[in-house]
Design a protein around this ligand. Structure first.
Ligand SMILES: *Cc1c(COP(=O)(O)O)cnc(C)c1O
Ligand code: SF4
Length: 371
């Protein structure tokens, strides 16, 4: 197709009707009903590129589940619209300052594909959620402890090059901003966006890091690889943040294939997120043990580079969870468990802070409860 490789064409042709979707997949009754009903709550849109990767016959295709609205989105007994309390941590609209030395800066409310599990549903794909990025830059300028700015959204790479460059230039004029990070799913949903012109512009504002979101090995296509190569050649390290989603990637085989293919593409698996307690995502949520079991089945069994950190996000911040490998803490020894379940005893210096303190810490802190 003539304009297939143009990202602007891909956006103009973004799929927003059942008829347009039918050119790529045999839309099921259920999907059509989901589009009719669930899309009223959270609008939908799919790049032709991403639609072309879907299994045309299988409604359970992991890509279809991420992209096509489902009636299940309307049945959620516990989900909240802002489960991370991001609005409460916004000193200016569109900027989230939760951690001491870094901010998430939502500079765009558009995306190449609207993920059904999107944590920013409340602001993404909505006209009223447009902010003036200059207010955010001003806040960063007068807040010297911010050394790391994460451009996010929506998708910052949906902005035209010149707007993005204005933002980067303004940030680079602030001395205390050490690194700039870009969170974008375009590498996965619209790899055409990673043009030579874009990376040529980005590399003027180093150090820049980029994180993307691949959730399934089927998304790691030759086109995605071209985009990744371009970023890496421009000196931009590429990391990946996956979301654990029922029926998409909630098993060891799929996640192992995903992380191994990522490192083959020289992308570092960074985080694996537990699906947030977000309204309309109950059908995607897995028990915490699913994530722990996946990490348990990766660590030691494959390259350490390929093992992401399992994260449960909360209004108090991201909380990493690890499979428990400490069997016993003696006065001067520890007993720990290896990846294959072997038990190892090692000498370990006595710890003067030991005993009792663990439970006290919980009592002294106010407990937060969500949902
Ligand atoms: C995730 C996030 C960041 C970045 O966190 P890292 O763990 O440093 O990747 C920064 N600010 C907010 C509000 C976030 O949610
Ligand atoms: S690309 Fe990111 S911001 Fe956009 S819909 Fe998907 S998860 Fe949300």
């Amino acid at each position: 197709m003539e304009n297939w490789d143009s990202w602007q064409w891909q956006l103009r042709q973004q799929i927003r009707t059942v008829e347009a979707l039918r050119q790529y997949v045999a839309v099921s009754e259920e999907e059509a009903a989901g589009i009719r009903e669930a899309a009223k709550e959270f609008g939908w849109g799919i790049s032709p590129y991403y639609a072309s990767l879907m299994d045309p016959e299988d409604p359970n295709c992991p890509l279809r589940r991420q992209a096509i609205p489902s009636l299940a989105e309307l049945h959620d007994s516990v989900g909240l619209i802002d489960p991370l309390g991001e609005v409460n941590h916004s000193p200016v609209p569109g900027l989230i300052h939760l951690y001491p030395d870094r901010v998430a800066f939502t500079v765009s409310n558009r995306c190449a594909m609207y993920c059904r599990h999107c944590i920013r549903k409340r602001m993404v794909n909505r006209k009223e959620a447009r902010y003036n990025w200059r207010d955010g830059v001003e806040y960063i300028r007068r807040t010297p402890q911010i050394r790391d700015v994460l451009l996010t959204g929506g998708d910052p790479l949906l902005l035209p090059d010149h707007t993005l460059e204005q933002i980067l230039k303004a940030l680079r004029e602030i001395e205390h901003v050490e690194i700039i990070r870009i969170g974008t799913r375009t590498v996965c949903t619209l790899p055409q966006r990673i043009t030579p012109e874009l990376v040529g512009m980005l590399e003027k504002y180093h150090p820049i890091w980029l994180n993307t979101q691949f959730n399934h090995p089927k998304e790691l296509t030759p086109q995605a690889q071209v985009a990744i190569e371009r970023l890496l050649r421009a000196g931009i390290p590429v990391g990946n943040q996956s979301v654990l989603l029922k029926g998409v990637n909630d098993n060891v085989d799929t996640m192992k294939a995903l992380v191994q293919k990522l490192v083959r593409f020289r992308v570092r698996p960074y985080y694996l997120y537990q699906c947030d307690v977000l309204r309309g995502t109950e059908h995607f949520r897995t028990p915490i043990e699913t994530g722990l079991n996946i990490i348990n089945s990766l660590q030691g069994f494959t390259s350490g580079l390929a093992v992401p950190t399992f994260i449960v996000d909360s209004p108090a911040g991201k909380i990493p969870l690890h499979p428990d490998r400490l069997v016993e803490r003696g006065t001067d020894y520890i007993v720990i468990r290896s990846f294959e379940g072997k038990i190892v005893k090692l000498p370990n210096p006595p710890n003067q802070f030991l005993a009792g303190n663990g439970s006290k810490m919980v009592e002294n802190n106010k407990m937060m409860s969500i949902g």
